[in-house]
Every structure is written in structure tokens, then in C-alpha cells.
Design a protein around this ligand. Sequence first.
Ligand SMILES: NC(=O)c1ccc[n+]([C@@H]2O[C@H](COP(=O)([O-])OP(=O)(O)OC[C@H]3O[C@@H](n4cnc5c(N)ncnc54)[C@H](O)[C@@H]3O)[C@@H](O)[C@H]2O)c1
Length: 307
Amino acid sequence: MLVTGGAGFIGSHLAEALLELGSEVRVLDDLSTGVRANVPAGAQFIEASVLDGAALSAAVRGCSVVFHQAAMVSVPRSVAEPAECLRQNVMGTERVLSAAVDAKVSRVVFAASGAAYGDRPVLPCREDAAPAPVSPYGMSKVAGEMLMSVFSRQYGLSTVSLRYMNVYGPRQRPDGPYAAAVSAFASALKAGRRPVVYGDGRQTRDWVHVSDVVSANLLAATSARRLAGEVVNIGTGRREDLLAVLAALGEAMGVRPEPQFGPERSGDVRDAVADIGRARELLGYEPRVDLRRGLAELADSAGAVRA
Ligand SMILES: NC(=O)c1ccc[n+]([C@@H]2O[C@H](COP(=O)([O-])OP(=O)(O)OC[C@H]3O[C@@H](n4cnc5c(N)ncnc54)[C@H](O)[C@@H]3O)[C@@H](O)[C@H]2O)c1
């Protein structure tokens, strides 16, 4: 099995789960946002970009499944550097698919994104709605899904795209201007700083625990169905706003958060929640981790600040 981006947040949890199941695991990662320490012991690590053809071919050789998690993941960075985003996320995905065809891989599972929906007023988001991304990042993820489908059709490769909603859990990076909300909140609360909320905090998201995303990947990899480019939402089907998440996290950490409000971020969507009917039907997926439980566990791993 190959996990691209396996030194990152989601990829490292996936690599760990695959090792626990007894699989041989290779991780290919350029460490642009991932860290070497995230790669679980027992996985073979290749430090390279998916854009490095020779390294990628060597990494894919002999693998039955490729989990393509590597990407430029930051929406604001994609707005600042659209060409680089397309190079990493679209060209990078094409390279992974071509290498998979050459190596006769049996399936590629792609980390797509709920960013494909853009700022849709019709909720919950269903996969049959026309994509309407509002950022280069979202657009690059839709292009990746299309590549998955085209490579199935043209080269007979089995592929599936999992549109993750807002993933949270341990090992998500809390640092930098592009950090995901939950990890940035946890890190600020732990350090006794005021968490920064961009916009009014009433934006809603479908928060899905990383262990549920890992389960979805394992189900997608092992499904006996003939998967050929299907797009599948992976979320919880519930939404909660940022201020409610912050309050729940504060409660779990034993502090009363006093948010500091910043400007709305360009490219951010207002509301999002997934319809997960297709994931249930096609993959037998069922989210297991309730948001409050997931946040409480995160608070434990972040170290509670209770006296
Ligand atoms: N975290 C979320 O809420 C979320 C939501 C939707 C989709 N996704 C997708 O899930 C995947 C994993 O995201 P994450 O949250 O774990 O982010 P992450 O930044 O922790 O992981 C991405 C990993 O990819 C690596 N990488 C980036 N460009 C690379 C390249 N060209 N070649 C090789 N490695 C490269 C990074 O070093 C990093 O380790 C991404 O494709 C992302 O778009 C994440």
C-alpha cells in the first residue's frame, strides 16, 4: 500500500491503521506541511514530491492500493498561489494516476474535498449537485476527481474520490496562518491565548473525526464493488458552528474561551454539511465519533489546562 502525504495529519493516521491491519506500507511525502515524526514506525518512508516521477514510480511499484492524500491543503495559500496549487494538486494527481496505471495498481483512493461544493445554499450537499468551488484549492480537488474518473474510463483503473468534510483530530497542525480551526483553537486555549475566529463564528461545518475518515478509506480500498471514479461524501451529516465548537472544546479543556474576531477569509465558504447516504450505501460507511466525544479526546491529547 502507498500513502502519499503519509507524513501529514490524515495520511499518518491512515498509514498507522494499515500497519495495524498487517499491511506493508510505504509513505511518500515531501514534508512541505507534514513532519517525519508523524510517519509510523514500520512504514517505509520516501521523502519526495509526487511530482518527482522516478521516486513516485519506485514508491508505487508492487503496491495494490494507493491512497492519494498529498496536496497543497490550504485554501488561503491556494488563493495567494493558484498556479502552484494547480501544479501540486492537479498535475500531482495526474502523476499519481499515471504511475498507478504503469504499476498495475488495483485501486486509487483519492482525498477529495467538500470544498467542491462552494458556498451552496442548498444543504445538505449531495454528490449529484454541480460542483461550484470558490477557491483554487476547491477547483483543484474537483479536477482531481475528474482525473480519477477519466483514468478509470480510459485506462481501466479502479478509482474512488472521498470528499472529506472538515476533518479534525490529533496531529493536525495548529501552527501557521493556515491552520485548521479545531487544532488552532486547541493550541491557543492550551497556551492561554485568545483563539482567533475569522468572520462572525457562525459559519457551520460538518466536523468529522480523523478515525472516521480512516475507516472510509479502508472501506473504499477493500470494497468488492467495481469502483470507477465515484465521488462519495465523507462527513457526519451534522453541522455545528465555529463558536459552538470553540465552546465545547473550552468546556473539555476546562477554560472559558474568549474569541478574538478577525476578518473573514477569502475563499472560505459559509455553510457546509454532507449528505452521507451514498457513503452508507456504496461503502457501508457509518461515522462513529460524536463531535463532543472527539473534542474531549482531543482536549485530553492536547493536555487539559484545568488546575
Ligand atoms: N483536513 C481536512 O479537513 C481535509 C478536508 C478535505 C480534504 N482534505 C484532503 O486530505 C488530504 C490530507 O490533508 P491533511 O489535512 O492531512 O493535510 P496535511 O498538510 O497534514 O497533509 C498533506 C501531506 O501531503 C504532503 N504533501 C504536500 N504536497 C506534496 C507533494 N507534492 N508531494 C508529496 N507530499 C506532499 C505534506 O507534506 C503533508 O504531509 C489532502 O489531500 C487534503 O486536501 C483534508
